[in-house]
Design a protein around this ligand. Structure first.
Ligand code: AMP
Ligand code: MG
Length: 409
């Protein structure tokens, strides 16, 4: 048996990044409506002031604040009604001292006015309006450029486009968005025992979890899945599939067959299909030790042999390949939240442990409860809200200790 050294997570990440840096930095411009979840490739400066006219933030009366001095709930001031502003239209008139004008929410505030009084603090009387509030200058007035100032950077390169970024870009009139191109990724699953999820497995068989689960995670992590297939544990078949996939992908994932069993062929397959081939023969992490990483220079492809256990496969993909896209696009790392540990958890010295935990709210703070389960059990992940990382030099973490919980994205 070959005795191979394993890489720490940092070593493996460094090697991956070195290979990935040789990929051309491809960006593209896509319609705003199709950009959700993509990562901005450029800083976005506001081409104009938003709003570019003074808007009312309430339904009510535009006033000159000084005219309302002394007004209150019991003592109104009476202002002359100068007219109503229509939505989407120029105000068309200005206010003189002693006057007010009706302005709906989002309507233009007439020149001369410097505050809004909510309709709730007013009462119409014939040609006069009673105002029951001493309005401060600027009250309920959205200033020109208050939302976005012309020329200021509103969104940074590396920002993931969520609903609020879509809204901001729409507000700026930016309907074509510069984003990083998605990396192309293929998934090949191997296992004589695997049947498609739509098929009732016979005894001894199981449904293929990883093909769809990895595709889902890869999609969330900014990869474009160009193809996926499930194959028998046949070295020739696998090698051919990997060779083919290398032609048109940046990353090829081979799920299953990465350990040392008689039917485990990932290492040989990668060594035959790729040059220079395997650069990581195992990872000092738990779960996920039997992970094989390689590279093919000619096609510029990273190869990853992930363990077949679904929990291991998903954890390894997350800590290596979800991390990799963030590194390449500059997207910030997801937030982690502090929690108190509910019980002692043993680490595994020499290996970084990724322990799934469920969160519970208790007395104003979060309690992290480990979800234990063999790495083949997908319920370990569905029952967890995230995971904690136990350093490879630590023997474990104690009940009551403060830990950072990384939430599943
Ligand atoms: P392997 O890495 O091929 O040795 O597989 C380890 C364990 O994971 C075995 O119990 C396999 O049956 C299981 N396994 C492998 N691939 C998959 C898959 N695609 N979906 C679900 N379980 C899998
Ligand atoms: Mg197998």
């Amino acid at each position: 048996m070959k005795l191979l050294t394993v890489d720490t997570i940092e070593e493996a990440r460094k090697k991956l990044l070195e290979q990935a840096k040789s990929w051309p930095h491809i960006t593209e411009t896509i319609p705003l409506g199709k950009s959700s979840g993509r990562i901005l490739a450029e800083d976005i400066a506001s081409p104009e002031d938003i709003p570019n006219f003074r808007r009312s933030a309430v339904d009510g009366y535009a006033v000159i604040a000084a005219d309302t001095a002394g007004a209150g709930e019991a003592i109104p001031v009476f202002l002359k009604f100068a007219g109503s502003v229509e939505m989407g239209k120029l105000a068309g008139f200005g206010l003189h001292p002693g006057e007010c004008a009706y302005v709906p929410t989002g309507g233009m505030i007439p020149d001369g006015a410097d505050a809004m009084v909510m309709v709730e603090y007013s009462e119409p009387f014939d040609r006069e309006i009673a105002i029951y509030e001493n309005a401060a200058v600027g009250n309920h007035v959205a200033r020109i450029g208050e939302d976005a100032q012309k020329g200021s950077i509103l969104l940074r390169r590396g920002t993931r486009i969520r609903s609020q970024e879509t809204g901001a870009l729409a507000a700026l009139g930016i309907v074509e968005v510069p984003v990083f191109s998605t990396l192309r990724l293929a998934i090949i699953s191997t296992g004589d025992e695997l049947v498609p999820p739509s098929v009732q497995p016979r005894l001894g068989e199981i449904r293929d979890i990883n093909t769809l689960a990895l595709a889902a995670l890869a999609g969330e992590s900014g990869y474009c899945i160009t193809g996926s297939q499930t194959l028998k544990d046949d070295e020739k078949l696998l090698e051919e599939a990997v060779r083919q996939a290398m032609q048109k992908n940046d990353v090829v994932i081979l799920s299953g067959g990465s350990s040392q069993g008689t039917k485990d062929m990932t290492e040989q397959v990668f060594s035959h299909a790729a040059l220079p081939g395997v650069f990581t023969h195992g990872l000092a992490i738990k779960p996920g030790k039997p992970t094989i990483l390689g590279y093919d220079e000619k096609t510029n492809t990273i190869l990853a042999g992930l363990p077949g256990h679904p929990v291991s496969a998903l954890v390894v993909f997350r800590v290596l390949f979800s991390w990799l896209t963030r590194q390449l696009t500059g997207e910030k790392e997801p937030f982690s939240i502090p929690a108190k540990l509910s019980c002692n958890i043993a680490g595994s010295p020499g290996r970084t442990t990724y322990q799934p935990v469920a969160l519970r709210h208790l007395d104003g703070e979060y309690l992290a409860e480990p979800v234990f389960g063999k790495s083949g059990m997908i319920s370990t992940l569905t029952g967890a809200d995230g995971y904690i990382v136990i350093d490879l030099n630590k023997e474990g973490v104690r009940e009551g200790e403060s830990v950072q919980v990384h939430l599943w994205i």
